[in-house]
Design a protein around this ligand. Structure first.
Ligand code: UT7
Length: 321
């Protein structure tokens, strides 16, 4: 039996401060009704002065390790999907290693914007399958509140902060459970549809998120639809086999479009966008954490994950729990 990866731990962290649509409407030309109707968002968590991708990622990681019954000493690698690292380097993953007291293994960050968790999951799975790592912490941690332009109502209302983590663990035992496959894509020709206009490698040290919302929306519906088909086809599965859709949480209308295509009723879709807004690479592991801990996702369930983000990057992952 070939080695495969089991999802054995789940954790999340959200900053204390909650900002409602009405609070944003008090400062911007927007309304609770517009935000809710166009996106499904009602509120979001916003980082406090001491919350960073490292601190939030470390908290989520600790909770995922607890769930898995593992300690930092059991971990061989830490992979963090983030577009909002504390520093250009050291990587957030390496800072998290230090926060957890790890002196073994390796860590690195991966930049795939809102698809960061799917890309990190796929990378971790490859390390496990090749025998280079046995237990891997896969983290998405983001503080988009520090890169949105708070005067741009077209983008700032969409995002929130947070972190989510999953522990992947290799097994050689026969069984049905595990990560079945991941499917990654990127297309840099569409890079200017969603980007940050500054970075430490440019003269502009920090930048703001810029998005052509309508174009990204169009790409999201088409590319996520083909991505879920690709994942199911690769495993010889059908729409009816999917127990749960755990999508990237950008916009309820995009999520509902994919669910409709899959013929999945709303109660089979894990939704957090209403309370978290778009937490980029953190959104899928935060949603997984919620649905595993409240008992919605059960052993034996087939879980389909999908995401699209700046790059453009997009992809999907299928897992049997
Ligand atoms: O996670 C990464 C991937 N990102 C996404 O998947 C986001 C994809 N895009 C979207 O979710 C949607 O395109 C948005 C939510 C960003 C925008 O929704 P939309 O239905 O595409 O609206 P729109 O951009 O077409 O704007 C409609 C109107 C415009 O006014 P006019 O030109 O029709 O007069 C906007 O200026 O709504 C206006 N508008 C707002 N009004 C009130 C834009 N933002 C706001 C706002 N409040 N916050």
């Amino acid at each position: 039996m070939a080695r495969r990866s089991l999802l054995v731990g789940f954790g999340g962290f959200l900053p204390d401060r909650v900002v409602t649509n009405d609070e944003l409407a008090a400062q911007l030309d927007t309304s609770d009704d517009w935000i809710k109707t166009r996106t499904g968002i009602t509120r979001r968590h916003i980082a406090g002065p001491n919350d960073t991708a490292t601190s939030m990622g470390a908290q989520a990681a600790r909770r995922a390790l607890d769930y898995a019954g593992l300690t930092p000493a059991d971990i061989d690698a830490v992979i963090v999907g983030t577009s909002t690292p504390d520093q250009a380097f050291p990587a957030t993953a390496v800072r998290i290693q230090a926060e957890l007291g790890m002196q073994q293994g390796f860590g690195f960050d991966l930049a795939a914007a809102c698809s960061g968790f799917i890309f990190a999951l796929s990378t971790a799975d490859a390390f496990i399958r090749s025998g280079q790592a046995r237990n891997v912490l896969v983290i998405g941690s983001e503080v988009y509140s520090r890169i949105v332009d708070w005067s741009d109502r077209g983008t700032c209302v969409l995002f929130g902060d947070g972190a989510g983590a999953v522990v992947l663990s290799g097994t050689d035992e026969p069984g049905e459970a595990g990560l079945l496959s991941t499917h990654l894509h990127s297309d840099g020709t569409a890079g200017d549809l969603l980007y940050v206009d500054g970075a430490v490698g440019r003269r502009e040290m920090s930048g703001h998120l810029k998005m052509s919302g309508r174009d990204v929306f169009r790409h999201a519906v088409a590319k996520l639809s083909s991505s879920v088909d690709e994942a199911l086809k690769a495993e010889g599965l059908e729409y009816g086999d999917v127990s749960w859709l755990v999508p990237h949480q950008a916009n309820i209308r995009i999520i509902e479009g994919v669910a409709k295509k899959l013929n999945l009723p709303p109660e089979r879709v894990v939704i957090t966008v209403d309370r978290h807004a778009n937490t980029s690479a953190a959104s899928i592991p935060l949603a997984l954490d919620e649905a595993v801990r409240d008992g919605r996702i059960q052993k034996g369930d087939l879980v389909l994950m999908e995401a699209l983000g700046g790059g453009l990057t997009w992809g999907s992952a299928l897992a049997r729990f």
